[in-house]
Design a protein around this ligand. Sequence first.
Ligand code: AMP
Length: 213
Amino acid sequence: MITLALSKGRIFEETLPLLKAAGIEVLEDPETSRKLILPTNQPGVRVVLVRATDVPTYVEYGGADLGVTGKDTLLEHGGQGLYQPLDLRIAKCRMSVAVRADFDYASAVRQGSRLAVATKYTTIAREFFATKGVHVDLIKLYGSMELAPLTGLADAIVDLVSTGNTLKANQLVEVERIMDISSRLVVNQASLKLKQAPIRAIIDAFAGALSES
Ligand code: AMP
């Protein structure tokens, strides 16, 4: 049995065409089904639905053979022991620094001010500001990061930005682009050895579909 870990929403939706290229069709819709293990048209392949941040953990410990996860999640998790054969170029967005429109970020940085930065992505933020030589106090949040500068909890946030609409709706502006983000295929190293043929077939089908797009 091959187990593929996906998270609901954008990653699930955007992985479906790649699965189709591998001849795999998921037989239930996660938006209407309450099942966490979804069968596919191939008796030897199943999909498990996990939280996006749990995908690397499932694959690392062999709860799933493969998974699809954002570069952001992988960098925060560390990606230890995971084989990362493909950038799937799906769920694209960017990791950025944003501040209140009336906060002069450039001059705060120039003056060497200490910045309070709220984020879910503390590893990425720590490394980014360290490289820039900016002193920061990181405040770990689990959601609604946009609220932090509006309430005075933080000077800046580090978050994912796609259209920019969420920032705009909260009077925040993007002041730095840290990195582009997309989702990766990750594979358990032991599975790759023990179930080499079916896993290679999936990797090759995904790679073929990507080269055509
Ligand atoms: P947007 O308003 O389109 O810029 O989207 C920003 C909101 O969606 C933020 O709350 C982000 O955390 C979230 N978001 C955007 N793109 C992604 C993605 N690829 N994966 C997960 N969350 C995302």
